[in-house]
Design a protein around this ligand. Structure first.
Ligand code: ADP
Ligand code: MG
Length: 321
């Protein structure tokens, strides 16, 4: 934080009043917190025999969400999207830092924003540890999340990665794909409308419990944020394998729009691989939407679609540049 501004009109509040009013109370607490908001940095005491897992996610107005979308929708969505990265690693959330760039400091907007953020933080059980608040031309929400993964009995890392898939592993998806991508025209046209597929866009399910239960079961895992096909390519490259996917086995938000569902973003389902079919069958009792979509095979890193969609390439997902 550097430049400070003083707003005088009634609904505008200064930087420190803003932080105090909207970000200092009623968020969940974490037993690992030594120092949270109010000092130059937060201090956290790691639980014994755990590893720290960290990730940051930035959402830019008119890139990740419409600039006119209601504060209460984008605040909680930004947190969900960020925490999804912890789920993908199998981590247990501890806390987050929030960097907010605001075109203006409107108290009503900020109240809606912080109320929604608090609600989602309680739901995901993640404490607000600090942040940064600046003025800028465009609304930008950056959420840095952190959590813990227990070390195994030999003191080794158990965190789920993209690189552990093996030839012969089955490929699974935690649920149907495509709803958020199919919601986009509606979201852009009427950002406040949360009916239909917009539910999936604004309230992505964060698969924390599944991610944690996959720790000893999955050989690789990631969350699908940029389209199933493109993201499968990340596992293929990191694990140096062929991911052979059968599009007929995938569950689609709209089976009439398979192509859009395969390449659209913002799903936040978990994509994972495993050889442990018994453990997966047991997990399916608890998470019935888990479905097998393919198998890993030896060969140069690639995603291959069997059947009628073989003309879609694994690179046809979302990319900023
Ligand atoms: P510094 O100048 O040392 O960067 P700031 O003055 O920006 O600190 O912030 C003061 C305190 O408020 C810090 O503890 C910081 O973590 C916290 N903070 C600032 N902005 C936010 C925010 N949007 N949400 C939560 N905490 C925040
Ligand atoms: Mg400082």
């Amino acid at each position: 934080m550097s430049k400070k501004t003083t707003d005088t009109s009634s609904n505008r509040i200064g930087e420190f009043e803003l932080i105090r009013r909207f970000f200092c109370s009623d968020f969940p607490s974490s037993s690992d917190t030594v120092i949270a908001i109010g000092d130059d940095a937060s201090v956290i005491k790691p639980p014994a025999n755990t590893e720290l897992v960290q990730s940051i996610d930035t959402q830019v107005a008119d890139v990740h969400f419409p600039a006119t979308a209601p504060a209460h929708l984008i605040a909680q969505r930004a947190l969900r999207c960020a925490v999804s990265d912890l789920a993908a690693m199998g981590a247990n959330p501890q806390g987050f830092h929030l960097a907010l760039t605001l075109p203006e400091s409107d108290a009503d907007w900020l109240k809606d924003f912080s109320d929604s953020l608090k609600k989602a933080a309680h739901e995901l059980n993640i404490a607000l540890m600090g942040g940064d608040t600046t003025r800028g031309k465009q609304l930008v929400i950056s959420v840095a999340v952190q959590g813990w993964v227990a070390l195994n009995q030999h003191g080794n890392s158990q965190a789920l990665t993209r690189s552990g898939a093996q030839a012969g592993d089955a490929i699974y998806c935690s649920g149907p794909i495509g709803a958020a991508a199919l919601a986009l025209p509606q979201v852009l046209h009427n950002p406040a409308d949360i009916s239909g597929f917009a539910q999936a866009y604004y309230f992505p399910q964060v698969h924390l419990s599944l991610g944690q239960q996959l720790l000893n079961i999955a050989s690789s895992c990631m969350d699908i944020s940029d389209g199933l096909l493109q993201d499968a390519g990340h596992i293929a490259r990191s694990s140096e394998l062929v991911l052979e996917i059968d599009p007929e086995k995938i569950q689609y938000a709209d089976p009439q729009k398979k192509q859009q569902c395969l390449t659209g973003g913002d799903d936040y389902q978990l994509l994972f691989t495993s050889q442990n079919t018994n453990a997966i069958a047991e997990l399916q009792q608890q998470f019935p939407t888990i479905h097998q979509i393919g198998v890993c095979k030896k060969g140069p890193a690639n995603v291959i679609l069997t059947g009628p969609f073989s003309d879609i390439t694994a690179t046809s997902g979302f990319s900023h540049f």
